[in-house]
Ligand binder design. Structure first.
Ligand code: NAD
Ligand code: UDP
Length: 328
């Protein structure tokens, strides 16, 4: 039985990856320090003898007994609100954490895939963004803690590949959504869904002309799965190219949730990218992959998920407090 370590296992994408790899017959070791994630996302796997969970901060030395075949490094705050609250942890998990995981992969002769992001393109001057584009990132802006950690993560991963011959993969993930997101993580989809469920007005930042392209979680997991088993070492965009402005998106959410909220406008956060759309030609050719779930279907599934949560669970997902994790 092949063994895989998944970091960020209690988070949104990490927990879906744990599900997928357990169901594919792998022995999964999940690792998380729960700073932005939640045990509820993986508790259903505790009955499986093929799943174990280690409570550990990946920025500290990582010890795994026995053999390891694969590593998926998904630990990192991922929403602008989260990484603004915990900027140093964000920088550390992308840099020190990645270094530890690359060292572990080298020691175990394991293949490692790291979760990079469309944020390496920053506020892009090229549209749509293909893997050749070098990006337009402010090193010192508030988002720099995430963007630059991810850019460093890609560089050190390529260095381990070139210098040590490590078997590496890099997924550049574009905005992904679905069940198990935190309602209060600040990302636009849980933000709008939470507002719809609470009967509050929807907050559009800026004029709402900025665009995003949203990928449903099942499509994202399939793309990552295929990338891991490809033989390509350079970055690959994984996302859905269907682009929409945030204002139109807010209108779609009002229709979908059949609520009668107003849209209100708030300041655009600093360095908020004005447009984002993945060019997925490489993933199509290399992985024979493209997203299958349209926005209407994916959003309906996601809204149903939030709607069907118990009151307690909904409250918990809306009130995550990571103060206890913050070391001054
Ligand atoms: P998430 O916040 O739901 O999950 C991240 C998980 O990592 C959490 O469970 C958190 O507790 C854990 N974690 C953070 N720091 C840690 C540390 N030092 N040690 C151990 N565990 C730690 O976020 P997500 O949306 O699931 O994102 C997962 C990964 O995918 C991240 O690396 C993120 O940068 C990347 N990504 C996600 C998206 C997206 O749209 N969801 C887009 C681009 C990139
Ligand atoms: N946004 C918004 N209202 C909200 C939350 C986000 O208008 O309540 C906007 C945000 O300014 C950005 C887009 O939605 O332009 C996507 O934001 P998100 O935080 O989901 O991810 P990003 O792609 O910026 O990392």
């Amino acid at each position: 039985m092949k063994k895989i370590l998944i970091t960020g296992a209690a988070g949104f994408l990490g927990s879906h990856l744990c599900d997928r790899f357990v169901s594919e017959g792998f022995h999964v070791i999940g690792m998380d320090n729960f700073i932005t994630g939640d045990e509820t996302n993986i508790i259903h796997l505790y009955n499986s003898s093929n799943f174990e969970l280690i409570d550990h901060d990946v920025t500290e030395f990582i010890k795994i007994e026995g053999e390891l075949d694969y590593i998926l490094h998904f630990a990192s705050p991922a929403s602008p609100i989260d990484y603004l609250k915990i900027p140093i942890q964000t920088l550390k998990v992308g840099s020190l954490g990645t270094h530890n995981l690359l060292g572990l992969a080298k020691a175990k002769k394991a293949r490692i895939l790291i979760a990079s992001t469309s944020e390496v393109y920053g506020d892009p001057l090229v549209h749509p963004q293909s893997e050749e584009y070098y990006g337009n990132v402010s090193t010192i802006g508030p988002r720099g803690v995430y963007d630059e950690a991810k850019r460093f993560q890609e560089s050190i991963t390529m260095a381990y590949h070139r210098f040590h011959g490590l078997d590496t993969r890099i997924a550049r993930i574009f905005n992904t959504y679905g069940s198990r997101m935190r309602l209060n993580d600040g990302r636009v989809i849980p933000a709008f869904m939470g507002q719809a469920l609470r009967g509050e007005d929807l907050t559009v930042f800026g004029t709402g002309e900025q665009t995003r392209s949203f990928c449903y979680v099942d499509d994202q997991i399939e793309g990552i799965y295929r990338l891991l088993f490809s033989d390509y070492h350079y970055p690959v965009n994984i996302g859905n190219p269907n682009e929409i402005s945030i204002l139109d998106f807010a209108k779609e959410i009002i229709k979908l949730t059949q609520t009668s909220q107003k849209i209100i406008f708030k300041d655009l956060p600093i360095d908020d990218p004005l447009q984002r759309q993945p060019d997925i030609s490489l993933a199509k050719n290399l992985l024979d992959w493209e997203p299958k779930t349209g926005r209407a279907e994916g959003m309906q599934k996601t809204f149903n998920y939030f709607k069907n949560l118990s009151k307690e669970e909904l409250y918990k997902r809306d009130h995550k407090d990571f103060a206890s994790h913050i070391k001054k």
